[in-house]
Design a protein around this ligand. Structure first.
Ligand code: XMP
Length: 506
């Protein structure tokens, strides 16, 4: 897509949200690293994100300012981005008196043209910074201050703006309006609609495939199903391989078969459950489990397709790409991603992997699935992790524990569906807690595992809130699980937000 709205990532945990907000406004936006500024082509506008570092530190991330000016488009610096711009224009930043984190009030300066048209005079904003601008360069106008009179919004000229707060987080009440006002300054804004983006993607798939034979791994999940449907739509010669890892949910393999049959896409199923369970025997470390599953998945997959693979298609989404690309710069623990194991990285380097969904967020992929005619049962499905039930089974994975998770999960999910909660939660599942506790069953002492139920709402899984499910629903799930699933004598409901917990247990 030409003229993206380029968001330059200085490592803030909120950067991805800027891209999302712009897309929600109906415009195409992409994230770039600071050194990729020239690769943005001819962007319609540039936003410099926040970041955890101080612009005063030696080696702090920088930007090619001359090129930024040369681009001739509107530029917005957010937090770190604003401080960086202030220095580039000849001003200074200094350590603030205190670290300012959380809600604050923006007082808009009267009589100055700014990004705040149509906002209230006092607007709630969200701050997260310690440095603050101390010296303003000549010609720079203050467009907003906090309640202490400290400048929190600047305008260096008609194209360069800065805000100390984060317009992308929902706690900044009028943040979206500020972004809208900023984008209104840009010319040739790239509009973004899934229906027209679909045609572009079909063309892209055809061009990238260039007559080669494609192999596509399908899992029955939303991403790979949409990928298979997209490739099918492109009329490309494909083999769709479904690997039964033995880490799937109750009856999942059969359901995936029937689902694909329904939409007229052929799939080949490989039952590799024995291989996976054997390889996982005795392994308790979460990252080690992921590595084993990831590698074996690739092995099984390539054993099945032989030397036939000219091109591998993967349902990698935009957040996965960003996580992998920025893992060095953002101070967060990132799990080994299924789609990024070594062997696939090698194939990728050799130009033999296509990832047509790599510009899309999850809800956009769902929308694309609908446009491609996939049934709601597929596009509305909760995400399921690549390593499957293994990440819901802390410690060693055994057939006994898997059986418990499967039975309990089925009961829980069925109840969520019956009580019309399934579609309003982002993800829900049962996980085993491999700790045995004492209980009473019948007249006898029992000594069995505990089970955790989880339901979260989320926006793209970056953060998550636990869902306030009705007690009656939880009671029904707990009663049925305790009565119907052998090996469990205790059920708990997980009330942890992400962060600090993650959505999965491992
Ligand atoms: P966490 O546990 O990191 O999960 O909060 C965030 C989302 O990602 C899913 N997930 C994965 N998906 N391969 C995947 O395809 C993986 O290795 C993986 N690990 C976690 C998880 O289900 C949740 O939706």
């Amino acid at each position: 897509m030409d003229h993206p709205i380029a968001v330059i990532d200085f490592g803030s945990q909120y950067t991805q949200l800027i891209v999302r907000r712009i897309r929600e406004l109906g415009y195409f936006s992409k994230l770039y690293q600071p050194e990729e500024l020239r690769e943005t082509g001819s962007p319609a506008a540039v936003i410099l994100s926040g970041g955890p570092r101080s612009t005063r530190e030696p080696g702090a991330p920088d930007i090619d300012f001359d090129y930024l000016v040369e681009l001739g488009v509107p530029v917005l610096g957010v937090c770190y981005g604003m401080q960086l711009l202030n220095r580039k224009f000849g001003g200074e930043v200094a350590p603030g008196n205190t670290r300012e984190y959380g809600p604050a009030t923006l007082m808009i300066e009267a009589g100055v043209d700014s990004l705040f048209d149509g906002l209230q005079g006092h607007s709630q904003i969200w701050m997260s910074h310690s440095d603050t601008v101390s010296v303003l360069p000549e010609g720079c106008a203050v467009t907003g201050r906090n309640l202490d009179g400290v400048p929190v919004a600047l305008k260096w000229n008609e194209r360069f703006f800065g805000i100390q707060f984060h317009p992308e987080v929902s706690h900044t009440k009028e943040g979206v309006d500020i972004l809208k006002n900023f984008l209104a300054l840009a010319k040739d804004l790239p509009t973004f609609k899934i229906a027209s983006f679909k045609d572009e993607l079909v063309e892209r798939v055809r061009a990238e495939v260039a007559g080669r034979k494609v192999v596509c791994g399908v899992s029955g999940g939303v991403d790979s199903s949409v990928l298979a449907a997209l490739i099918h739509e492109a009329g490309v010669d494909t083999r769709n391989i479904f690997v039964d890892t033995g880490l799937l949910r109750e009856n999942e393999a059969a359901e995936v078969q029937s689902l694909f049959a329904e939409v007229g896409i052929a799939i080949e199923t490989i039952d590799a459950s024995e291989r996976f369970l054997t390889a996982l025997k005795g392994v308790a470390d979460p990252e080690e489990k992921r590595r084993i599953i990831g590698r074996l998945f690739v092995d099984v997959f390539f054993d099945a397709v032989g030397d036939d693979v000219e091109l591998l298609a993967q349902g990698t989404l935009y957040p996965d790409v960003i996580e992998s690309a920025t893992s060095g710069s953002i101070a967060s623990t990132i799990k080994t991603h299924h789609n990024r194991v070594d062997r696939i990285m090698e194939l990728k380097k050799a130009g033999r992997v296509i990832e047509p969904l790599d510009a899309l967020f999850k809800d956009e992929v769902r929308e694309l699935g609908r446009v491609l005619g996939l049934p709601e049962r597929v596009v509305g499905r909760h995400p399921f992790p690549g390593p499957g039930l293994a990440v819901r089974c802390p410690g060693e994975v055994t057939p006994e524990k898997l059986e418990i998770i499967r039975k309990a999960d089925k009961i829980y999910i069925d109840i969520l569906r019956q009580r019309h909660w399934y579609d309003s939660v982002w993800q829900a599942y049962a996980a085993i807690i491999p700790v045995k506790t004492v209980g009473v069953k019948g007249d006898e002492r029992s000594y069995e595992y505990a089970l955790s139920l989880r339901a979260v709402t989320s926006e793209d899984a970056m953060t998550a809130e636990w869902v306030h499910l009705p007690y009656e629903l939880l009671a029904e799930a707990s009663n049925r699980i305790l009565n119907e699933v052998p090996g469990i004598n205790r059920v708990l409901y997980d009330i942890s937000t992400k962060p600090p917990a993650s959505i999965e247990w491992e």
